[in-house]
Design a protein around this ligand. Sequence first.
Ligand SMILES: [Zn+2]
Length: 235
Amino acid sequence: MHATTPQQAWRALRDGNARFVTGRREHPNQDVDRRAELARGQSPFAVVFGCSDSRVAAEIIFDRGLGDLFVVRTAGHVVDSGVLGSIEFGATLLASPLVVVLGHDQCGAVTAALKAHATGQMPTGYVRDIVERVLPSVITAPPSTPGLGAAQRLDQVSDEHIRHTGQLIVERSAAIARLVDQGRCAVIGVAYRLEEGQARLVSAIGDIGEVGIGEIESGESGVESSPAGGGEPPR
Ligand SMILES: [Zn+2]
């Protein structure tokens, strides 16, 4: 089966992750025939823009193989022009119907941004650039509440950063926004848990055939109407 719609692509990823979680991986598309077939061209069914964390390897956690995923990674999945160009390449020229922002718990980049926000001390070198690009999510996350543990606070900000990154992609890239409006592509946010191996849907811009999940937007990609305070109204 080859996924050609956002709905099919999400289903393929969800099914693959379920196999990974339960230890029943099938290792599809990793044989010699597949390798030879792909030498003629690629048609990946999803663009995965994830954190560089060595424990969050897209093909492994979604149980996929060669030619399936167009993968872009930076620490803390922070966006720059090279990232946007890579995502646009996958979604437009390779016609991938789904863009996935892949974050995770215990993320070092999000932890560093929380620390910088709390102390006012920025890291040096180019690590500073990473932290600067995560900080807006620390600011727009729901305010911390008394009694909230450090790990829970980290999860809260991580979810906000995943959501925010998806919005940013649609806001910055006119090409992606157009594809989403046409229903040919969707941009979703997924949070991966290191211990359990589970990939949980956090946000969606566009129709992926799933309803009833918090913070879901659907239909038009008009993210400019989003409130600055984090959660999206259902529409
Ligand atoms: Zn990370």
